[in-house]
Design a protein around this ligand. Structure first.
Ligand code: SF4
Length: 208
């Protein structure tokens, strides 16, 4: 009974904000799914359980930011990238260690993934690189927390102009496709897990 009420709360409060610009977090997403989103194709709304996972991620950020404030090393939190044409986004934090600024991106991940994590995930590297690019800060840190055990791992990231070049080229190409109503093909190397979790899977399978 109570779980139904909680689920209903999440369902009732879920707002699909639509999309007019790319988000930094889109840098690793399937271009075809982004096209469907921009064009407002019908989609499967996320389950309440998934919305609770997003909530949990937000609380992890707040909890860690509180500690960083306590350490006196925060320059800014939830800071928007400077306005420009096609991308918007908010970095988790900019911190200062021994007088040097770093873009900080915090990720809360499942224990089984955390155990195997020896390098930052490529999707997350693209995100932090974009923040570093727009804030003109050449150093970043990806901080991972194990969702079950709260163990932490951190990875340093150096600014890489080639990654930025590639990401911006892909965004530009997709923007043109959206403007010209050209549906991107299914990416050749799409990982099956992306399609398994894709909210546009049904629409995608209808159109070849
Ligand atoms: S089902 Fe797969 S290929 Fe199709 S839009 Fe979703 S992620 Fe992309």
């Amino acid at each position: 009974m109570l779980t139904n009420l909680i689920d209903q709360f999440y369902t009732d409060n879920f707002k699909d904000r639509g999309q007019e610009k790319f988000y930094v977090t889109d840098s690793a997403k399937c271009p075809r799914a982004l096209y469907f989103k921009f064009k407002k194709y019908p989609k499967k709304d996320p389950e309440p359980r998934v919305l609770r996972i997003f909530d949990n991620g937000d609380y992890t950020h707040m909890r860690i930011a509180t500690v960083l404030f306590g350490l006196g090393i925060i320059r800014a939190v939830e800071i928007k990238i400077p306005p420009q044409e096609i991308i918007s986004g908010r970095a988790d934090a900019i911190i200062d260690i021994e007088g040097k600024p770093y873009v900080l991106e915090i990720k809360s991940i499942a224990s089984y993934k955390f155990q195997k994590l020896e390098n930052p995930e490529p999707d997350h590297i693209k995100q932090v690189q974009l923040y570093m690019h727009y804030f003109k800060i050449p150093d970043g840190i990806l901080l991972y927390e194990d969702k079950d055990k709260q163990t932490l791992k951190e990875f340093s990231v150096k600014y890489d102009p080639f990654i930025i070049q590639d990401v911006l080229k892909n965004f530009k190409q997709l923007k043109e496709q959206i403007d010209k109503d050209i549906l991107p093909a299914i990416p050749e190397n799409i990982e099956s897990w992306r399609c398994d979790y894709c909210e546009y899977r049904e629409e995608c399978q209808k159109i070849q």
